[in-house]
Design a protein around this ligand. Sequence first.
Ligand SMILES: *[C@@H]1O[C@H](CO)[C@@H](O)[C@H](O)[C@H]1NC(C)=O
Ligand SMILES: *[C@@H]1O[C@H](CO)[C@@H](O)[C@H](O)[C@H]1NC(C)=O
Length: 185
Amino acid sequence: MHSYSVRANNVLSFAVSVWMVLCAMATASDFFHKADPVVSVKLAKVERFLRVGRNDEAHLAFEIDADLTSVFSWNTKQLFVWLAAEYSTPKHVKSSVSVWDRIVESKEDAHLVLPFVRNKYKLVDNGAGLRGNVVNLTMGWQIMPRVGVLRKDNVTFPAAFTLSEEYPEPPQPQQRRTGVYAHPR
Ligand SMILES: *[C@@H]1O[C@H](CO)[C@@H](O)[C@H](O)[C@H]1NC(C)=O
Ligand SMILES: *[C@@H]1O[C@H](CO)[C@@H](O)[C@H](O)[C@H]1NC(C)=O
């Protein structure tokens, strides 16, 4: 009984060592995986641009053609792809606002061809910082591996668009939070 459990322990520790070596090899081979993503992101349309209370708000649509197929290796579980609008104001050197994201679960789905995709999250500036301002678009992706460490990469499209000096529609009052909410935040 005693010698049996010693042997079982040995088998277990051997299995753990093998597993650790496999993990190290997996991470190493994944590290040397060469990706050659081809990404194009453009503004398709500023659908709305207005002032709501004290803040500027832009509702945007994008033209995306992002081939991330080569980012997938055998060790890739999924990609978290996001699009950020980046701009600077006299107050903040860099504001980065996430406007869209998507989870890509397979290599077959990794070529995103979206000729007109609306923002998931509108671009809101905490102030009047969008008016007449230049905006960079950055597409980033987080690579979630089966084994090993998370990695990320991105591509920036500088000065992807400029918002107008004039607001095309009249300002709106800030929505007031009144009443009782079923799901308070
Ligand atoms: C926009 O892109 C340009 C060129 O890459 C860069 O110099 C600038 O800092 C970027 N602006 C912001 C706000 O990230
Ligand atoms: C893009 O990647 C570079 C490193 O490759 C990093 O320094 C930078 O912060 C990233 N930008 C964004 C917006 O994640």
